[in-house]
Every structure is written in C-alpha cells, then in structure tokens.
Design a protein. Structure first.
Length: 160
C-alpha cells in the first residue's frame, strides 16, 4: 500500500511496501496443508496445529520481509538501500511494455535494482553523484506516478 502526504510539516512523504501478490500469498498458505500431511501419521490434532502455524508464519514472513520504498527526511529508501535526495535526478516512469523493457533488455547492469515480480510499474531514478558506481536506481512500484511526484516535491522543498 502506498501513501503520500505531508509528513512532518512541509516535508514530502511517500511509503509503499512491495508486498507479494495475492497468488504468492495463497501459494505460501498452501504450504500449511502440505506440512499437515507430513505430520498426520503422528497425530491429527498436531497436524492441524502445525499446518495452521506453517501457513500463518509463511504468509506473515512474506509480508514483513517485503521491501519498503520510502521518500522522507531528505532521503530515498528502497529496501535496504538509501540515498540523499540531493544526489537524485528527475525520475522516469515506465508502465506496461515500457516497464517490461526497463526491467529486461533495457536494464543497465550497473544500476541498483529493487525489482519485484507481479508489480508492473517501474521508476528509474538517475543518480547524480559522480562517485556512485550505480548510474541509476530501478525501482518496482504499484504507484509509479505517486513515487515520481513525491521525489519531485521533495526536490522542490529542498531547493533554496
């Protein structure tokens, strides 16, 4: 889920958790009955408990361990990576076929990538720091226009 608001006065803010698609969560939940089948010969009650626990734990882990894209406090955070907004150029939005190209054959191998399957939109953020070995960041997002708007608003706020 993405959010865009003026968090902390006039400070732009954007946050999106790149959680797995519904089908990935359903597939993870189906591991519960499989685990229950393994334990059934030992005890059926224990099998139900183990199956339920496995399903819940796997789904929760997939959600909790999902990377977060965030713009706040003068920083862009994408997963574990972060960069100050003064080193970030004007982002480009790609959706549909253009996004598939940006994630595939158009992908610069030197770029830093946070790409998630099942998420169509891609934002390519140029990096202006000459000392940074990555020329850009390629970030999957469900709301590419909102992420781009947040980055542009953050530049406008930070500009003197």
């Amino acid at each position: 889920m993405a959010s865009l608001n003026g968090g902390g006065g006039d400070q732009p803010h954007y946050r999106e958790r790149l959680s797995p698609s519904l089908w990935v969560l359903v597939a993870a939940a189906l591991c519960g009955p499989m685990a229950a089948l393994v334990v059934t010969p030992v005890d059926t009650t224990l099998a139900l408990i183990v199956g339920g626990a496995v399903a819940v734990i796997l789904v929760l882990l997939l959600i909790v361990w999902s990377p977060v894209v965030k713009v706040s406090g003068g920083m862009l955070r994408a997963g574990r990576a972060r960069i100050e907004l003064r080193y970030v150029g004007d982002p480009a939005v790609f959706v549909g076929e253009a996004a598939r190209h940006a994630r595939g054959s158009g992908l610069d191998p030197r770029s830093w990538h946070l790409i998630r399957g099942g998420i169509d939109g891609v934002v390519v953020v140029p990096i202006l720091d000459v000392d940074d070995p990555a020329p850009s960041w390629v970030i999957s997002t469900r709301t590419p226009e909102r992420l781009t708007a947040a980055l542009r608003r953050a530049h406008a706020v930070a500009a003197p």
